[in-house]
Write a protein that binds this ligand. Structure first.
Ligand code: ATP
Ligand code: MG
Length: 460
């Protein structure tokens, strides 16, 4: 298949090197314009009509080749950003120091990138540093701009062979410089170039490897897999905000459970979630803490499959729950102070995690409220129950309670009671609360003043 010579570009091709792609004609691949967004087609055609090269690139080509529906459509062209801007009224150039064109159609944004020159370093947002690549004259005018290049140069900056395919709008063929078509068909994830070098350039590629392997059900090719364990520590130097984005892509696209397994297998988990790795080692795989996590990730995947919304708020609650429990279990809260102790554990777990992954407050604050509701579920008597039902975080907290029940951390009967009370209203609801008051004592460890048993959120 793809002779390995085309893959080893340690020396990197210099501009002008004659590299010829494998060109797969339209009748030899399944990519149909019917499956390409009409807005992306519009952009491709307009670029072509203006005399530029225009290709669909990246994940969209890969996904279409695999028969999946792409999440977004990215375009690469030899038109410079300013030239792209001139062609589209709805175009904005973005990036701090460099330019990518965003062409907006309502909610859909089509990203158009100009082919990059060889050796163009990639910023953390996958953009390039324009300043470092311009040669200016004494008056600050651009003399030479070696930022942008040809498709032959652009291909080498991409990460995996399956992500480096170009669909040509000129004749609907696919251009493949790196054996990506064969790899995609064989479901092999292979880094372009020397794997160590590529991970060192950008350690996030290790996480991208996990993501694509999980999402696409690809095997990570041996040379691509080999350096990961050794270089895992390089993730410690990645800005926490970028890791937050990557974690969402890993866990909120329908393959969270598999991604988690891969992170464990490749020893990346310790670097992303050190306290979680330690808590799981402490509680053990069969513990209810581990089960809440596992069921939580599976549930997230199910929601994605059913097209339901998923949020980092719930995701991080699931990921941090074993840590929160461990911190909580180390405390001995005074009677009546259990909720405060749990909230403190939650705050500590979150604060420590922030050093690695920057979770914005708009997610951590509701997460804390949701966690704080957990002990309140165990008190079923009196009118305060009605306040729990009205709490803005009730729905999420109830879902979390269901998880804990499924994991064996709280009695299923408790979760069922909360399911049932939601189905009742008015008098019947009040009756339930009052009945609980007199009859459901044993499984409702409420009433702290009369009971001596210490309440814990869990026992594993
Ligand atoms: P997804 O379906 O998740 O969007 P994708 O392959 O399109 O997957 P993007 O992050 O959207 O991934 O990036 C688009 C393309 O840009 C990739 O296919 C790849 O060619 C290139 N790319 C993105 N990030 C990197 C990186 N860190 N290193 C090298 N190439 C990258
Ligand atoms: Mg993409």
């Amino acid at each position: 298949m793809n002779g390995d010579t085309s893959l080893s570009h340690q020396g990197d091709p210099t501009p002008g090197d004659a590299i010829r792609p494998l060109i797969v004609p339209r009748d030899e691949h399944p990519i149909s314009r019917a499956n390409i967004s009409s807005q992306a087609l519009k952009v491709l055609y307009r670029l072509k009509e203006a005399g530029y090269q225009a290709f669909l690139v990246g994940g969209a080509v890969r996904d279409l080749l695999l028969g999946l529906s792409p999440k977004d459509f990215d375009i690469a062209t030899n038109a410079h950003p300013d030239q792209v801007k001139q062609l589209f009224r709805n175009c904005r150039l973005i990036g701090r120091r460099f330019h990518l064109a965003h062409i907006r159609f309502g909610f859909e944004i089509i990203e158009v990138a100009t082919f990059r020159a060889a050796h163009t370093p990639i910023d953390e947002d996958n953009s390039v540093d324009e300043g470092a690549h311009r040669v200016l004259d004494a008056r600050g005018r651009i003399l030479r701009d070696n930022l942008y290049g040809s498709i032959e140069e652009d291909v080498w900056r991409r990460d995996f062979t399956a992500n480096a395919l170009y669909y040509n709008i000129e004749d609907f063929s696919v251009w493949d410089y790196v054996g990506g078509v064969a790899d995609a068909r064989a479901r092999v994830l292979r880094l372009i170039g020397d794997p160590q070098t590529r991970y060192r350039e950008d350690p996030v590629r290790m996480l991208r490897a996990m993501r694509f392997a999980a999402k696409l059900d690809f095997q990570i090719e041996a040379h691509t897999a080999e350096p990961i364990a050794k270089l895992a520590g390089m993730l410690d130097g990645v800005p926490p905000a970028r890791l937050f984005d990557e974690i969402n892509k890993l866990f909120l696209v329908g393959s969270a459970a598999r991604s988690f397994e891969l992170l464990e297998q490749y020893h990346l988990l310790e670097h992303l979630f050190p306290d979680l790795a330690a808590a799981l080692a402490h509680f053990g795989k069969e513990s209810s803490a581990a089960k809440v996590l596992q069921l939580g990730l599976q549930g997230t995947d199910e929601r994605v499959r059913e097209d339901k919304s998923v949020t980092p708020m719930f995701l991080f609650a699931v990921l941090l729950w074993p840590v929160i429990r461990r911190l909580y279990e180390r405390t001995t809260p005074a009677q009546g102070m259990e909720i405060d102790a749990l909230v403190t554990a939650c705050e500590q777990a979150t604060a420590r995690q922030q050093a690695r992954i920057a979770v914005p407050k708009r997610f951590t604050l509701p997460m804390r409220e949701m966690i704080a509701l957990q002990p309140r579920f165990e008190r079923r008597e009196g009118r305060r129950v009605l306040r729990v039902l009205d709490h803005p975080r009730f729905r999420a907290a109830y879902d979390f309670l269901l998880l804990r029940a499924a994991a064996g951390e709280v009695p299923q009967e408790l979760a069922d009671w909360w399911t049932q009370i939601q189905g009742t209203s008015g008098e019947a609801r009040l009756e339930m609360v009052e009945q609980t008051n007199t009859s459901a004592g044993a499984s409702a460890p409420g009433r702290p003043r009369r009971r001596r048993r210490r309440r814990r959120t869990s026992q594993s």
